[in-house]
Design a protein around this ligand. Structure first.
Ligand code: XLS
Ligand code: MG
Length: 345
C-alpha cells in the first residue's frame, strides 16, 4: 500500500478573515507554522509564491531566489519538502481583472512575471510543480472580455510557463466560480482540454479539490478518477463543502462522509502516492472562524485522521460482495453494505 504524504499550505492556518469580518486570531510566523506542521506529522508544504517570498514584488530576481534558498534550508531543518509553488494572481490590484486573461497588456506582463518568479522559487525550494488556481481567470461582467480571445490568451500564458523551464510541470486546479462569476476553465475536463492544446501536453495535469468539484455540481471522486484514468492526477486538495454555495474549505469528510470515503477509495485503489512526493494528499482546509487560537491546527489534524480512518475502511472493502451485487444488479444491498461499513456496524 502506498505511503500517503500529507501536505498543507501556510494559508491553511489563518486568522479567520472572511468577507464579513476581519481576522480574529493572531498571525503565526511562517517558521512557527512549519515547525508545527512537522510536529503534527505532515510531510510537506505547499506555497503561494508570496508565502515563500513575501515582498517579492519589490525584490530583484536574484534576491527572490536567494530568499527562497534560505527558506529551503528552513524546510530541511524541519524535515519538510515543498510540494508546489502557486503564483498568487488574485491579490494584486494589477490582477483584479484576471492575470493570464487580463485585458491590459501591462497587467498580463505582471502575471507572467509572477509566474516566472514562481518557477524560480519552486526550483530553489526543490520542486518542479507549479500550481495554477485560475482564481480571476474569467469574468464578473460577461461582456467585459472576448471569451474566445481570452481562452487562447490563457493557453498562451501556460505555453510561456512551459517554455520558461523544460522541467516544469503545470497543475491546473480548476474551480467553476468565486471570486469571479464565470470561470474560463472550471472543471478537470476544461483544464485537461486546454492542456492538450499547449506546446507540451505531457507537462500539464490537474490538482482536484473536493470543494471545487462540488461547486461545479460534480462528484470529487469521479473527477479524481477521470484524471487518474488519463494519468493526470498530480495533486489533490481534500476538504469538504456543504452544497453549491461559497467555497467553505471544511475539514475533509465532515459534511459528505460517503463522498469522502469514495475519494480515499479511488486514491487507494489506483496507488496514488506511489510516486513519492510527486503525489501528495493536500489538505486544503480552513478552521472555523470560531476556533480558538490555541487550537488552530485542529482542522488539519482532523482531516488527516478522517483520511486515515477512511483508508482503513477502504482496505477492508469487500470486493467479493461487491462483485456479487454487481452481477445480480443488487445495488440496494451494495449500498447498505457501504453504509454499514462507514457506520462501523
Ligand atoms: C482556493 C484555492 C487555493 C489554492 C492554492 O480556493 O484552493 O487555496 O489551492 O492557490
Ligand atoms: Mg485548493
Amino acid at each position: 500500500m502506498a505511503t500517503f504524504r500529507f501536505t498543507v499550505g501556510p494559508w491553511n492556518v489563518h486568522e479567520g478573515t472572511e468577507t464579513f469580518g476581519p481576522g480574529i486570531r493572531p498571525t503565526i510566523p511562517l517558521e512557527e507554522k512549519l515547525k508545527t506542521f512537522a510536529e503534527i506529522g505532515l510531510d510537506g508544504v505547499q506555497f503561494h509564491d508570496d508565502d515563500a517570498v513575501p515582498d517579492m514584488n519589490n525584490m530583484s530576481e536574484k534576491a527572490i531566489i536567494d530568499y527562497a534558498t534560505d527558506l529551503k534550508a528552513t524546510l530541511d531543518k524541519y524535515g519538510l519538502f515543498a510540494e508546489f509553488v502557486a503564483p498568487r494572481l488574485w491579490f494584486d490590484a494589477r490582477t483584479n481583472d484576471g492575470g493570464f486573461t487580463a485585458s491590459r497588456k501591462e497587467d498580463y506582463d505582471f502575471a507572467i512575471w509572477r509566474a516566472k518568479r514562481s518557477i524560480d522559487i519552486a526550483k530553489a525550494l526543490g520542486t518542479n510543480k507549479i500550481q495554477l488556481w485560475l482564481a480571476r481567470e474569467g469574468t464578473l461582467c460577461a461582456e467585459g472580455k472576448n471569451p474566445v480571445e481570452k481562452i487562447i490568451q490563457l493557453r498562451d500564458a501556460i505555453n510561456t510557463i512551459l517554455e520558461y523551464d523544460p522541467n516544469v510541470l503545470v497543475l491546473i486546479e480548476p474551480k467553476p466560480n468565486e471570486p469571479i462569476d464565470r470561470s474560463y476553465c472550471g472543471t478537470a475536463g476544461h483544464a485537461l482540454g486546454l492542456g492538450a492544446y499547449t506546446v507540451d501536453p505531457g507537462r500539464v495535469g490537474v490538482c482536484i479539490e473536493s470543494a471545487h468539484s462540488v461547486l461545479a455540481g460534480l462528484d470529487p471522486a469521479n473527477d479524481m478518477a477521470y484524471a487518474l484514468a488519463l494519468d493526470k492526477l498530480w495533486g489533490v486538495h481534500l476538504n469538504d463543502q456543504n452544497g453549491m454555495k461559497y467555497d467553505q474549505d471544511k475539514t475533509f469528510g465532515v459534511d459528505n462522509l460517503r463522498a469522502a470515503f469514495n475519494q480515499v477509495k479511488v486514491l487507494y485503489e489506483n496507488n496514488f502516492g506511489d510516486r513519492g512526493k510527486f503525489e501528495c494528499v493536500g489538505l486544503d482546509v480552513k478552521a472555523m472562524r470560531t476556533q480558538p487560537a490555541e487550537d488552530c491546527y485542529r482542522h488539519i489534524q482532523n482531516s488527516k485522521r478522517i483520511f486515515e480512518l477512511l483508508l482503513e475502511k477502504a482496505t477492508r472493502f469487500d470486493y467479493k460482495l461487491q462483485a456479487e451485487c454487481v452481477k445480480t444488479h443488487n445495488f440496494e444491498r451494495l449500498e447498505m453494505y457501504v453504509m454499514e461499513l462507514l457506520m462501523g456496524v
